[in-house]
Design a protein around this ligand. Sequence first.
Ligand code: GTP
Ligand code: MG
Length: 316
Amino acid sequence: MAKEKTVKELEDLPGIGETTAAKLRSAGIDNLEKVATSSPHELSELAGIGVDAAKKAIQTAREATTVDYETGSQIMEKRLILGKITTSSKDLDSLIGGGIETNAITETYGKFSSGKTQLGFQLCINVQLKKEKGGLEGRVLFIDTEGTFRPERLKDIAKAKGLNAEEALDNVIYVRAETTEKQILTLERADKLIQEKNIKLIIIDSLTALFRAEFIGRGALGERQQKLNMHIHRLQGLADKYNLAVYVTNQVMDNPGILFGDPTTPIGGNVMAHAAATRLYMRKSKEDKRIVRLVDSPSMPEGECVIRITTEGIKG
Ligand code: GTP
Ligand code: MG
């Protein structure tokens, strides 16, 4: 019955063969959307085909590409299936609207020992909990760029939550990334793992450290930001596609430009500032207390709360 073949690649368009497709690709027209939005004259010139042939190719590309319109209520429905992972602190959960949300990136930044990694460990365990206990009944992919992963610590936290410690550890899939290349590739290749292992949380601790260390000096800043941006884009893509949560940590630098208030600024500039839906600033307080400040959120007002880092994990 089906007379028309499905159009997926440039080569499937009428009048576009392998050589023409290669020409287009090298000119940056590498997908159907780009053909669909080209002008006939532009396409004709780039591909070396006649204007009429170009018109036909564009028309076919337009028919083959769709724009997904959604209504407000469809989005609302999607939001209802959004999951949340408890942080194990009631106050912190309420501050951020119920927990660490899926389909979004949550970032913590702060100085050393402020508790960013510890919160990540807690989430490694909590994501495994039953839904009624604040989990997502899933596994976690932990990308460690700093070598600060501590399985024995995870065991303590798991036991405190009433989980079998060995099983809980087996549900944490760990990658040690020593270079930005490995960090980037791990995400590029994560699709299969995410589906097979029911990954419901991706942690990158720290997201920015390697980028900062590898791209040094003013000359490298542009490239760093560009690579970081693509990496974050990919993270957000995975979060959306698989309805999973993303937790990333970030360092701070002293900002001598600020005379009053707290002179610390997160690394990563604008690229990072736009990346995370929820941004949390953590700082040390007395003893085991940490102050968590909600800096940015799509739906919650700014505010602060206090959590505690204990041997059993996060409390407060
Ligand atoms: P950097 O990675 O250095 O930037 O810091 P961070 O923000 O990741 O700090 P991290 O989460 O590693 O917090 C370290 C702090 O957690 C330590 O200073 C301790 O106060 C606390 N901590 C770590 N392990 C334990 C533990 O087993 N028991 C208790 N009670 N506290 C712990
Ligand atoms: Mg850390």
